[in-house]
Design a protein around this ligand. Sequence first.
Ligand SMILES: O=C(O)/C=C/C(=O)CC(=O)CC(=O)O
Ligand SMILES: [Ca+2]
Ligand SMILES: [Mg+2]
Length: 378
Amino acid sequence: MSWGLEHLPYGVFSRQEGESPRVGVRYGEHVVDLAGALHDEVFATGSLNAFMARGSAAWQATRAVIQNKLGTDRAAIEAHLIPLDRVTLHLPIEVADYVDFYCSLEHASNLGRMFRPDEEPLKPNWRHLPVGYHGRAGTVVASGTPITRPSGQRGAGVFGPSAKLDIEAELGFVVGSPTALGERAGRFEDHVFGVTLVNDWSARDIQAWEYVPLGPFLGKSFATSVSPWVTPLAALSQARLPGRPQDPEPLDYLRRREPWGLDLTLEVSLNGEVVSRPPYRDMYWTPDQMLAHMTVNGARLRTGDLYASGTVSGGGRDERGSLIELTWNGTEPLKLPDGSARTFLEDGDTVTITASAPGPGGTVITLGEVSGTIQPAR
Ligand SMILES: O=C(O)/C=C/C(=O)CC(=O)CC(=O)O
Ligand SMILES: [Ca+2]
Ligand SMILES: [Mg+2]
């Protein structure tokens, strides 16, 4: 079965007949109501944060208990299994801070070529540190939340709805264990609880006008969608890879101590048609390096912090994680099966991102999908 004992992602759900949101894990086509099944009030809250704050030893112990109950003591847990089609899924975490990186060499090179054709595609710092910026935690939304086309300045004296609304297919990392102000993060697996898929919606026209020289702002902050399920790191043990070779050798604080490259393949669908399969395994900077960089100045981590990889793009044309790359800034429209063509998103378009990774014993780990439909500008 997919979504079996090897995966068990965490989410927040409520029964459609009315009840306050609570924490569960997905098992097959059911949600396990953890507050009931484990008699633990930490799961009777509307986010994963209280549970995540317990730390990595508690995450491992809880996962083992759930696996054991589902695998050998099914009768005891039966009453706490709720069919997926009877629940509403919510944003799984209370997002503390939100950071977005820029870790794909291919994505960064493609954007450099398009936006800065007369310069080297990569800025001189790019191979020395994982470039990132702080986003807007309060506009991170759950999969399925409608996305309203943003309006803004698109040039000198020009205001209106974005005409270049885009996607960015990314992997997000959810922080469970905090650090104190002034302290650096320790081991990646002691701080990071799990992963989620992210669509960092981007208004390219607003972005292009506003972001020189201080970086992305309103072109990115109107909405960022995440999947309703957070896959624990333990479920990705078979997907771990050393990470792509790096040249030059990064500074010591960025040195990889454990393999945290991940063999994940994303899939981006536009109105039900697959338009891209971005390979996460090809990312240049790995998530342990992002964590080390994000805290090297003493900036603290908080439970619920979300940091995203940046757009996942591979070297192939059909491996690009944004429409600006897939259509080369609108100059090479995508042809859709219904005969229409797309450069950027139109009102009513639905974008869905899924991902899969190898699991134990030949199984496949399928991350929870992230989806959103574009609504007309207000
Ligand atoms: O290189 C640029 O001018 C612009 C880059 C981005 O928009 C990328 C971004 O937001 C980070 C990412 O998702 O990779
Ligand atoms: Ca992004
Ligand atoms: Mg965004």
